[in-house]
Write a protein that binds this ligand. Sequence first.
Ligand SMILES: *[C@@H]1O[C@H](CO)[C@@H](O)[C@H](O)[C@H]1NC(C)=O
Ligand SMILES: *[C@@H]1O[C@H](CO)[C@@H](O)[C@H](O)[C@H]1NC(C)=O
Ligand SMILES: *[C@@H]1O[C@H](CO)[C@@H](O)[C@H](O)[C@H]1NC(C)=O
Length: 416
Amino acid sequence: MRMEPKIGKHFTLAVLAFLGLAVGAHAGMGQLKEVFKWKQVDFKLADEAARTAAIKSGEFKQANNLPLGIEVWEDKVFITVPRWKSGVISTLNYVKKNSGESPLLIPYPDLETNSVSQAPYDTKIVNTFRVRADECDRLWVMDAGLNNILEDPQLLSPPKLLIFDLKTDKLLRTFPLQAGDIKEDSFFANIVVDVDKNKCDEAFGYMPDLGSYGLVVYDWKNNETYRVKHHYFHFDPLAGNYHIGGVNFQWTDGLFGIALGPRGDDGFRTMYFHPLSSTREFAVSTKIIQNKTIASDSYYQYRVLGSRGPDTQATSSFLDLPSGVIFYTQVNRDGVGCWNSKKHENEYSADTNGLVSSDNQTMIFPNDLKVDRDSNLWVLTDRLPNFIYKHLDENEINYRVLSAPVSSLIKGTVCE
Ligand SMILES: *[C@@H]1O[C@H](CO)[C@@H](O)[C@H](O)[C@H]1NC(C)=O
Ligand SMILES: *[C@@H]1O[C@H](CO)[C@@H](O)[C@H](O)[C@H]1NC(C)=O
Ligand SMILES: *[C@@H]1O[C@H](CO)[C@@H](O)[C@H](O)[C@H]1NC(C)=O
């Protein structure tokens, strides 16, 4: 976690800009439209008195509220605000799609469920980074359980899943991860759900453990979890150096992004995955992942697809089923990358991966992305390294939500 002057960034960006043009990406540059932007986020609370009281008690410190995760369901855009520091009044929130350019965040399902001022915490959302709305209109919330990570970390609850009914906003289930799921440095910041619309009981939740290099699987039908391990869940020691927004730092994060392909004839899907500190992509069938007796004991069933090339570390990824294109954040390149899993099924390289959008002002640290049911890509950018290691200038736009139709983003790129 050292800070050093940036080295070679201009050179790298120049090369990337050139590569972008080489694959015809000028059509893709700047295609993403700003839907929301904030210098600082604020929340919709009961009234001004409640807001004043929350500031006075320290429950709300505006500068410590950094949006991170995104999900889109009907007219709601969910936005998580992790509890990195104190004063995050609500960690799970939403805004309506058409609510202006800098809307107030609305606590979901309510402020009380997001409050960490008083135990018990078993049905509270302590600290969420990412959420997923599934095909059965349920919202799966991955709660890391750890409050105030950077200032005074306290494990208020074990990492847990909370699953809400999006139609009624009622809590359907909570599942605390079990002793065997959690290792010493475990950290759960992402959740991917594997379910079909007409088989809502046969759902699986995949929870990457970026800190201890594993995958925890939740089986909805049996209401149980188990832990999966594989070498490919680990970080690459040669890919842990980052230069982002003028900040240089090193991270050791393992398994992070997971994207699911279409269901095959055997009823299973390809799970594409990558560690964060890595430039490689891997794949395995969910037939292996969903079978707890063999998931950790099937070394050769996990495949190396290939490398995207230098500086291509990615957090989240998502596969758009109609086009077969996987989108992934490009944190070291201030942009979003793509790879067409249909067109280039067996060719995964720097040549078959494209950069659909990049901007060293408006896209500093693309943190999360999703494709909605109408094939629009949504991206949240938030300058996280500056927030963690330096500081954010509250007079600048620090946080953005960007969106564009998949078809227009990939047009003229290697992913079309
Ligand atoms: C699922 O298991 C968890 C952990 O044992 C338990 O707390 C919960 O009540 C169970 N839920 C259901 C629906 O069985
Ligand atoms: C898990 O895999 C084993 C070995 O291939 C197989 O015998 C078993 O039936 C599988 N279990 C399920 C639930 O599919
Ligand atoms: C941002 O990109 C522009 C255009 O590609 C370039 O001229 C500028 O030097 C870059 N700025 C930084 C800080 O990298």
